[in-house]
Design a protein around this ligand. Structure first.
Ligand SMILES: NC(=O)c1ccc[n+]([C@@H]2O[C@H](COP(=O)([O-])OP(=O)(O)OC[C@H]3O[C@@H](n4cnc5c(N)ncnc54)[C@H](O)[C@@H]3O)[C@@H](O)[C@H]2O)c1
Length: 403
């Protein structure tokens, strides 16, 4: 039996992320297990309130999962003290006004990323939340992936020696929607609706890089719209105005170089949809969502470039899969549990609105870099000491010629 209950407003619970990851895999799973365990051994149970625009959809969801509360009236939900946390899984462009209302209502807030459509708005949310003294958190789900958890352990164990570089490949083919329905919502491909792969992925890359390897100090990115016309959910053709692929180089504090490709227009020839290779002086690793392969310095093969002789080394077999020593739970659920502990017993939380704003700053700086065709520095941000927006940020030429 849980000793206390916390009410959670789940806005956008019928969307792709809202339904699958946040409602079913996180909050309902937490409810099912009897709540979240606190540091003193007591438990806090969760009570969701589904919020959305379609009453019929909400009623169907509520009935399917035995949820008592749902409403289309966000203002009434925010005014009701039974609900202490406001959680936001709306399309990105609807998020800023909704979160502002939730801050004004004094709720603790947990949100999907990006926190807003622009860095300026994202920073304003961080500032307003700080001024209001409310707890705030942003999804950092990739850090909770089993592959990245294993990577973190390798880093902490000193496996790599000095880390030199990171190379990441994220992506898969997203169908255009003509002969085969697309597997992502059409707004993702319209910049006027908050779409674009840079805005979608750079907030993730920012927290992955800053938490594992070092703060992102500069970015050079090339954003492209490879498929200019797609077909929407209604079967109507539309102009794809947003970038669907981005090729980028990030320089990190401490000297690591990260090169990350993000693409919805590539066909997968990897083990997983995202993979990072990390090369260090003492060893290298390749991690994905789940897997983690390593090659230590003293088990590194010695290739010799010779186009006249077929290579006899089977490179794939020279890597060692790290053993599964732990069961990893769904990352969204684990982060939800952390956030609930942050709200209820003031447990630490580094993944706040300011972290979300840094993610948006990297996205904007990446887009500006692509538009200007040059490397841009990414300034440090604080809640009240904001730099000029990315387009005005100090730019510097790529060090060394010819890159
Ligand atoms: N963390 C991740 O890995 C990850 C992955 C995908 C998407 N996302 C983010 O999650 C959010 C939702 O994305 P999704 O793929 O679930 O989208 P979706 O289109 O499936 O769902 C969006 C939700 O917003 C609601 N909505 C749409 N327009 C609205 C409006 N004008 N006013 C109020 N509500 C509105 C929809 O009814 C739906 O419930 C986005 O911000 C996206 O960037 C995060």
């Amino acid at each position: 039996m849980a000793e206390q209950t916390i009410g959670i407003i789940m806005n956008g619970a019928s969307g792709r992320m809202g339904y699958r990851q946040h409602l079913v895999r996180s909050i309902l799973a937490i409810r099912e297990q009897g709540g979240v365990e606190l540091s003193d051994g007591t438990r806090v149970q969760v009570e969701p309130l589904l919020v959305g625009r379609s009453e019929a959809k909400l009623a169907e969801l509520a009935a399917r999962h035995g949820i008592e509360h749902y409403t289309t009236d966000l203002d009434a939900a925010l005014a009701d003290d039974r609900w202490q946390i406001y959680a936001d899984f709306l399309v990105t462009k609807a998020r800023f006004p909704a979160i502002k209302k939730a801050i004004a209502a004094g709720k603790a807030i947990y949100t999907e990323k990006p926190t807003a459509e622009s860095f300026e708005d994202a920073l304003e949310l961080a500032r307003l939340a700080t001024e209001a003294g409310i707890k705030n958190g942003v999804v950092h789900d990739k850090l909770y992936l089993p592959g990245l958890r294993k990577l973190k352990r390798l880093i902490d164990s000193g496996f790599f020696g000095q880390i030199l570089s990171v190379r990441g490949e994220f992506g898969y083919w997203v169908f255009e929607g003509d002969w085969h329905p697309a597997q992502r919502p059409s707004w993702n491909y319209r910049s006027e609706d908050g779409g674009g792969i840079i805005v979608d992925m750079f907030p993730h890359w920012n927290y992955v890089l800053e938490n594992l390897f070092g703060r992102v100090e500069s970015v050079y990115a090339k954003a492209v719209t490879e498929i200019p016309q797609r077909v929407d959910e209604q079967g109507e053709p539309y102009a794809a105005t947003a970038d669907d692929a981005a090729y980028a180089i990030f320089e990190l504090a401490g000297g690591v170089t990260a090169q990350l490709n993000s693409s919805w227009t590539t066909r997968v020839n990897r083990d997983e949809l995202v993979e990072f290779q990390v090369d260090g002086t003492l060893g290298s690793a390749v991690v994905g969502l789940f897997g983690c392969k390593i090659q230590p310095r003293n088990a590194t093969p010695k290739p010799v470039w010779n186009p006249d002789i077929p290579d006899t080394i089977d490179y794939a077999s020279t890597w060692l899969e790290t053993p599964e020593t732990e069961v990893f739970e769904n990352g969204f659920k684990v982060q939800w549990e952390d956030f609930i502990r942050h709200v209820v017993e003031d447990a630490p939380n580094d993944y706040d609105f300011l972290a979300g704003a840094r993610g948006m700053l990297l996205a904007e700086t990446g887009l500006a870099s692509s538009a200007q065709g040059r490397r841009l520095e990414v300034p440090e941000v604080t809640v009240d000491g904001a730099p000029d927006s990315a387009s005005g940020a100090e730019a510097s030429e790529l060090s060394g010629a010819g890159a």
